[in-house]
Design a protein around this ligand. Structure first.
Ligand SMILES: [Zn+2]
Ligand SMILES: [Zn+2]
Length: 306
C-alpha cells in the first residue's frame, strides 16, 4: 500500500485554504516528500506527521512554487537535528536551481550538520527497495528536466495460509522459507514446495505522480493501468488556450489521460485560485467517474481493489 498525504494543493501562489505544492508518500518505513513549496514545513507540523524519516525529497521541476520551501526546511534542519541525512532527487536543471538556493542563500559557506546529497536522476528506475521501486519519467512543462514518478510494488505471490495449514506446515521459519521460494521438509518427512502454498503472481500497486505538465500524449505509457494517478489541474476547459500557453493542463485533459491509460483513481491537485474545487471536480468527473480534487491535508491510501 502507498499512502499519499497532500500538504499543499495550490497552483503558483497559495490561497487561504491551499498551500503550495508538497505531498508525502509513505510505504512501510519509507517516506518521500514530493516537492516542497513555500510553507511546507508548517504544513508538515500542522498535519502532525513530523520530520522523522523525512530524509528523501523528490522534485518534479524547478519552478519556485515547488522548491522555495526547501530553503526554510534545510535551515530548520541545520538548527534542529531532526534527521540523519537529507537526499534531494531531481533532474539536472531542477537541482541547479535548488543548489543555488541552498548553497548561496541558506548555507553561504556553512555546512549542514547532517550529510546533504543532491542526487541527479534521469528517466528510469532510480530507487530499488525490497518490495517496491521508483521510476522517473520525462514530463513536458516549461523548462528542462521535468520529471514524473512511478511508485510500484514488486510482483509477489500471496502466501495461502489455509493451504499451509492443511499440509501441516508449522508457523515459523518453514513458512518464511516457502515465501522466499525454498522447498522444505516437514518433521514427518513430507516435502512441501513453494508452489504448494503460494498463489498466482500478483502485480504490485502502481501510483503515478505527475507535477506540472502541459502535454499528456507522451505520458500514456507511464500511466498505463495505474491504481492511482496524481496530476495537476491548473485550468478548466473554458481556459484551455491559457493552459496550453503556460504549459499546464485542464481538468478535462487530466481526466482524458486517466481514461485512456485505464487509471483506476484520478487525484487532481495544483488548483488555481481562480476556480472553485467543485467546478474542477465536475469537469473531471464528467469524463472519469473516479476522480477527486485533493485538498490540503487529505490522505489517500492506494491499495488493491480500489
Ligand atoms: Zn507549479
Ligand atoms: Zn511549473
Amino acid at each position: 500500500m502507498f499512502e499519499i498525504l497532500f500538504l499543499g494543493t495550490s497552483a503558483s501562489a497559495p490561497s487561504a485554504k491551499r498551500g503550495l505544492s508538497a505531498q508525502i508518500i509513505t510505504h512501510n518505513e519509507y517516506r518521500f516528500l514530493i516537492d516542497c513549496g513555500e510553507g511546507t514545513q508548517r504544513q508538515i507540523l500542522q498535519a502532525g506527521v513530523g520530520f522523522r524519516h523525512l530524509t528523501r525529497i523528490l522534485l518534479t521541476h524547478g519552478h519556485l512554487d515547488h522548491i522555495l520551501g526547501l530553503g526554510g526546511l534545510v535551515s530548520t534542519f541545520m538548527r534542529w537535528e531532526a534527521i540523519d541525512q537529507l537526499e534531494i532527487f531531481g533532474g539536472r536543471g531542477t537541482l541547479d536551481r535548488v543548489r543555488a538556493l541552498i548553497d548561496d542563500v541558506v548555507l553561504r559557506g556553512n555546512q549542514t550538520p547532517m550529510p546533504l546529497y543532491f542526487r541527479e536522476i534521469k528517466p528510469g528506475i532510480f530507487f530499488d527497495a525490497e518490495d517496491f521501486t521508483i521510476t522517473a519519467f520525462p514530463v513536458t512543462h516549461r523548462g528542462p528536466d521535468c520529471l514524473g514518478y512511478i511508485f510500484e510494488g514488486k510482483e509477489r505471490r500471496p502466501f495461502l495460509s489455509e493451504k499451509a495449514d492443511g499440509l501441516g506446515v508449522p508457523f515459523g521459519p518453514e513458512r518464511r522459507d516457502l515465501v522466499a521460494g525454498k522447498a522444505i521438509t516437514l518433521s514427518n518427512g513430507k516435502r512441501v514446495t513453494p508452489d504448494d502454498v503460494l498463489g498466482p503472481v500478483e502485480k504490485g500497486i502502481k501510483l503515478v505522480v505527475v507535477g506540472d505538465v502541459g502535454r499528456t500524449d507522451n505520458l500514456l505509457e507511464f500511466c498505463k493501468d495505474a491504481d492511482a494517478l496524481v496530476i495537476e489541474s491548473t485550468y478548466l476547459e473554458e481556459e484551455a488556450e491559457m493552459a496550453h500557453q503556460f504549459s499546464h493542463l485542464t481538468a478535462k485533459q487530466g481526466a482524458e489521460l486517466a481514461v485512456q491509460a485505464n487509471v483506476k483513481k484520478l487525484i487532481l491537485t495544483h488548483i488555481s485560485r481562480r476556480y472553485r474545487g467543485r467546478d474542477v471536480l465536475k469537469e473531471a468527473q464528467s469524463i472519469h467517474p473516479n476522480a477527486v480534487v485533493a485538498r490540503d491535508f487529505d490522505v489517500y491510501q492506494i491499495k488493491r481493489n480500489e
